[in-house]
Design a protein around this ligand. Structure first.
Ligand code: IDP
Ligand code: MG
Length: 140
């Protein structure tokens, strides 16, 4: 299996509830996954319109942007074998209310919007999302 890198964003609900360490710990304690990059920053409208371009016409887009700008977020690149799918599995489904216990969203999320974490949904997406937020020199 290939060594992959995937982008995660710990969303404002996660940061405000001081759960960033808890989520990062889950990845660090998973055999074969490691942190390859880590930073904290505030998102702005321009970058959100790019990052959530596929949702631009959805009724929840405006509320999603407002939520995502409501506090700084934590960005990380997680590396490991099959990391993209494994990280998505650990996050659980989009709606925290539907997400099983044991998943990050199931244990720590509130609803479909405040669901703790973004994670790249494919290797192709990760290859676009990682350079959106990290320079090569910021990855180790
Ligand atoms: P994902 O984060 O599981 O990949 P996407 O469908 O790509 O889910 O949606 C991106 C983000 O938009 C979600 O994580 C969530 O925060 C928000 N979102 C998705 N669907 C809804 C909705 O129906 N209402 C409100 N927010 C939503
Ligand atoms: Mg998605």
């Amino acid at each position: 299996m290939a060594i992959e890198r995937t982008l995660i964003i710990l969303k404002p609900d996660c940061v405000k509830k001081k759960l960033a360490g808890e989520v990062l710990k889950r990845f660090e304690q998973t055999e074969g996954l490691r942190i390859a990059g880590l930073k904290m920053k505030k998102l702005n409208k321009k970058i959100l319109e790019e990052h959530y371009a596929h949702h631009k016409d959805k009724p929840f887009f405006k509320a999603l942007c407002k939520f995502m700008k409501s506090s700084p977020v934590v960005f990380s690149v997680i590396e490991g074998e099959n990391a993209v799918a494994r990280v998505r599995d650990m996050c659980g489904p989009t709606d925290s209310k539907q997400a099983p216990k044991g998943t990050i969203r199931g244990d720590l999320g509130e609803d479909v919007q405040m669901n703790v974490i973004h994670a790249s949904d494919s290797v192709e997406t990760a290859n676009v999302e990682i350079p959106r937020f990290f320079k090569k020199s910021e990855l180790f």
